[in-house]
Design a protein. Structure first.
Length: 169
C-alpha cells in the first residue's frame, strides 16, 4: 500500500504481555524488507498524542496499531491523529477504518462474541468449561477505507482490493 516505505511505527502498550511478540514479529518482517521500526508505547490519551508527535519528528511513513483495549477506547483519537498527520495506518479490527483509519486486518469481533455466546449457553446447560474445546479464530477480515487511501494519495493494489472483505467508499 505504501511504496518506498522506509520507517514504520508500532503503537503498543508494552504492559500488554502480547505486545512484545507483536513488536518482535514486525521487526523480523521489517528486517527482511529493509524497513526501520520504531516502537512507541502509549497507555493514556496524552501518551497517544505524544507518540504521534514523535512519529512525525522521526519521519515515520506508516503506523501499525497493536490490539489493546486502551487503543480501542481511543479509536476516534487515533484515527484523527493518523488523518491529521497523513499517516497510513493498519489496525487489528474494523472499527478503526470505519472511524477514518486506512485499513484493518484481524478477527471479526462479532464472530468472537457469537462464539462466546455458544460457550455460555453450553455452560448454562451443564457443560463443564474444562470439557469445552479451545477455539482459535479461523477467519480474518481485511477492511480498507478507500476514501482515506485516496486522501493520502495511495493506490490500493488490485490484490488487496480482491482480498478485501469490505472497502469503504
Amino acid at each position: 500500500m505504501v511504496p518506498k516505505l522506509a520507517r514504520v511505527a508500532v503503537l503498543a502498550n508494552l504492559s500488554n504481555s502480547g505486545h512484545d511478540k507483536i513488536v518482535q514479529n514486525v521487526q523480523a518482517a521489517a528486517q527482511k524488507t529493509g524497513v526501520k521500526v520504531t516502537t512507541l508505547e502509549a497507555r493514556t490519551p496524552p501518551d497517544i498524542e505524544n507518540a504521534f508527535a514523535l512519529m512525525i519528528r522521526e519521519n515515520v511513513g506508516a503506523v501499525i496499531v497493536a490490539p489493546d483495549a486502551i487503543f480501542t477506547q481511543q479509536t476516534r483519537q487515533i484515527a484523527e491523529l493518523t488523518a491529521k498527520n497523513r499517516l497510513p495506518s493498519i489496525y487489528p479490527i474494523r472499527v478503526y477504518p470505519q472511524a477514518g483509519g486506512l485499513m484493518s486486518y484481524g478477527q471479526n469481533r462479532a464472530d468472537d462474541y457469537r462464539l462466546a455466546a455458544t460457550y455460555v449457553d453450553k455452560i448454562f446447560k451443564g457443560a463443564k468449561p474444562s470439557d469445552l474445546p479451545v477455539e482459535q479464530p479461523t477467519k480474518f477480515e481485511l477492511v480498507i477505507n478507500g476514501k482515506i487511501a485516496k486522501a493520502l494519495g495511495l493506490t490500493i493494489p488490485q490484490a488487496l482490493l480482491i482480498s478485501a472483505d469490505k472497502v469503504i467508499e
